[in-house]
Design a protein around this ligand. Structure first.
Ligand code: EPU
Length: 348
């Protein structure tokens, strides 16, 4: 079914809680209706919305916002290939997999958003990116007006990016994603203190074969860590991490390290991860050490618990206030560390 809502209020369709509207909102519950939809006749531009958890509407949207609201999880006999409809809440799929004892998405538990959008954004957390478990992306190709199955390996996945966000932007409506799951233990624990927390909660469970662990146990622990660090979008509007973590040359990292040691003492360790012959430094650390924790711009605030997140602290923050805070952070980090932060959140 296709439903059309003119002059639609989007405030409950974006987790940032921006009080904006679009000229037309179209909801599609059955992707089989897509070929009959005359995209060119819709108010332009057409934007395909998932759970609205990774975007900032910077103003009222002049065109059409289209949402695929098909839901459902279908597994093959072995349950290792699982097809999830685009409008399914991604965490419902994570919960289902954990309850079935299937490994794969447990580290991605509680990431807000829908299954279709996860394949566009290549969501990630705790050392896992969704590309690691995507087998096939099922989509409607607007250019050729036909349904296509795109192997995950052809989607151009990188850190929080894919061809869907770049060269293929606007071309495909993702209708479902097939994930590859596993019955044998495949725990990924060496990121963000996950192993340490699991060991504290279940001593001896994180041995080399992962035999002491279940996907449910890992999921519960990831949920616990996230709930401690990140704002609950149901309570405090945000779009998760606002910026990407920057990657830099080693020489640049050494200059940042020298600066930090001048400031905090010779033993000070700057958090970082080696990525090939480059270095990734948490943007949270840069924002924190530029003094932005808790800083406000009207109703927008740098979340004190995780400064990578900007929140709608009053529930009435405007896009202008969020953008002003973003500009202040980018300028301060650039001034102090010579690094240009790029938003992870898509600006519409
Ligand atoms: N840090 C500080 N001060 C703080 C908080 C953090 O200096 O107040 C430093 C610490 O050194 C900490 C480091 O930042 O170790 C990294 O923090 P964290 O482990 O919370 O992860 P992150 O790199 O900031 C990324 C993802 C998150 C994901 C976590 C866990 C990006 C842009 N963000 O954040 O994803 O949950 O790792 O894997 O890559 C999201 O995309 O919306 C998101 C929340």
């Amino acid at each position: 079914m296709i439903t059309r809502h003119p002059a639609y209020d989007l405030s409950r369709r974006n987790t940032f809680g921006m009080n904006v509207s679009c000229r037309l909102y179209v909801e599609i519950t059955d992707p089989a209706d897509l070929p009959a939809l005359d995209f060119e006749a819709l108010p332009q531009p057409v934007f395909i919305l998932g759970g609205g958890s990774n975007l900032l509407f910077t103003q009222d949207f002049p065109g059409t916002v289209l949402h695929l609201a098909n839901r459902g999880i279908e597994a093959d006999a072995e349950q290792t290939r699982v097809r999830v409809a685009a409008g399914t809440v991604f965490d419902d799929f994570c919960a289902w997999a954990a309850a079935e004892g299937l490994w794969g998405p447990e580290n991605l538990s509680l990431i807000p958003g829908e299954a279709g959008a996860c394949a566009v954004q290549n969501i990630g957390a705790y050392g896992v990116e969704v590309k690691d478990i995507i087998d096939t992306v099922h989509a409607f190709d607007r250019a050729e007006r036909r349904f296509v199955d795109i192997p995950g390996s052809a989607c151009g996945y990188g850190y929080r990016t894919s061809h869907f966000k770049t060269g293929w932007k606007g071309r495909y409506c993702v209708t479902a994603v097939t994930f590859r799951l596993s019955r044998s233990p495949k725990p990924v624990l060496d990121y963000g203190g996950l192993r340490k927390v699991l060991e504290a909660e279940h001593p001896g469970s994180t041995g080399p074969d992962g035999a002491g662990l279940t996907p449910q146990r890992v999921r519960d622990t990831v949920i616990g860590i996230r709930q401690k660090k990140l704002p609950d979008p149901a309570v405090l509007g945000s779009a998760g991490s606002f910026f990407c973590n920057p990657v830099m040359e080693k020489a640049h990292f050494r200059r940042i390290e020298a600066l930090a040691r001048e400031e905090h003492g010779a033993d000070y360790a700057v958090p970082h991860y080696e990525v090939g012959d480059q270095v990734k430094v948490p943007a949270a650390w840069m924002i924190d050490t530029c003094g932005f924790k808790g800083v406000r711009e009207g109703g927008a605030q740098v979340y004190p618990g995780q400064p990578l997140v900007i929140v709608n602290a009053t529930g009435h923050a405007t896009p202008e206030e969020i953008l002003a805070l973003e500009r202040r952070i980018v300028a301060a980090v650039k001034g102090k560390y010579g690094i240009e932060l790029h938003p992870e959140v898509e600006h519409i």
